[in-house]
Design a protein around this ligand. Structure first.
Ligand code: YXS
Length: 259
């Protein structure tokens, strides 16, 4: 059974994440289907993409599939990790991607939403960045996505508390472009997509790539990179990292020791 529903109309491609049994947890299988859909849209000459969950959903996505996180000794968010592959696929999609967000956005799904070019959310949407809740050492590229979207004090609050923020705060911060009532959000998003489709796809795709390159342009020395990787390894090799994953699987609160 497919984990997504896709549709194309008037050069607009829609991807509906449709694995509600696991709250659209970003499993390798779900991510593979989304990236294949983006590839197919590119081949079809699609000029704008809408990424969403089924209308009326309570959970847009529960984030990285925790059952697929390595249980220690290996970077859980390495270059080829499915979540990283998906983030890059969205950022490198020549067609702008509009995130139509209803319900809760959790963990790595927040980065997926923030990797999209335009975000339109329903009033009950919430955003929670949760590595600290699981004992996960978020990766450099992921933190850069967050830093590019959220002022540092708020990014730190979200990362350190792992608590959801309401859509009003996300709108106030400029993380989402619009908040629209659920009975208006679809026509609004597809109207936005149509206005993109009406413009020059070459100009848009080049400006999108320019903005991606500029926003990721950071100088970092090899020593700095290796120090950061060493620090992150302390985390994903720790008891707390294994405890966070185990506790989720056992449906209990984790007991973190700081080791
Ligand atoms: O018990 P069954 O088999 O029915 O499965 C349950 C959950 O285990 C499963 N599920 C997940 N499976 C893998 N990975 C997930 N992230 C995940 N989330 C949920 O889906 C079935 C229904 O879940 P349930 O009963 O909890 O649904 P609910 O409606 O009561 O609650 C929905 C949520 C999203 C509030 C709740 O499922 C939840 O808190 N999920 C975890 C959210 C989270 O912490 N995500 C972060 C994942 S780690 C990640 O994204 C990055 C690595 S990081 O941590 O660095 O940001």
């Amino acid at each position: 059974m497919s984990l997504i529903i896709t549709e194309t109309q008037n050069a607009i491609g829609t991807i509906v994440m449709n694995h509600s049994a696991k709250r659209n947890a970003l499993s390798e299988a779900l991510i593979c289907e989304i990236t294949m859909a983006l590839d197919s849209f590119r081949e079809q000459g699609i000029r704008a993409v809408v990424l969403r969950a089924p209308a009326g959903t309570r959970v847009w996505s529960a984030g990285h599939d925790i059952s697929e996180l390595p249980t220690g000794g290996r970077d859980p968010l390495g270059w080829s990790d499915p979540l990283r592959v998906l983030i890059r696929a969205i950022q490198e999609s020549s067609a702008p991607v509009i995130a139509l967000i209803e319900g809760g956005v959790w963990g790595g799904a927040c980065e997926v939403a923030m990797a999209c070019d335009i975000l339109v959310a329903a009033p009950e949407a919430t955003f929670a960045i949760t590595p600290a809740k699981l004992g996960v050492p978020y990766n450099l590229g992921g933190l850069l996505t967050v830093m590019n979207m959220i002022p540092l004090p708020v990014a730190k609050e979200m990362l350190f508390t792992a608590q959801p923020i309401p859509v009003a705060q996300a709108l106030n911060l400029g993380v989402v472009n619009y908040v629209k009532p659920t009975d208006e959000i679809d026509p609004f998003v597809y109207g936005l997509a149509a206005s993109i489709v009406a413009n020059s796809p070459l100009s848009i795709s080049v400006m999108k790539e320019e903005l991606r390159l500029l926003s990721s342009a950071r100088s970092i020395t090899p020593e700095l990179f290796e120090r950061i990787q060493g620090l992150r390894r302390l985390v994903y090799d720790s008891h707390d990292y294994r405890e966070g994953i185990t506790a989720f699987g056992e449906k209990r609160k984790p007991h973190f020791r700081g080791t």
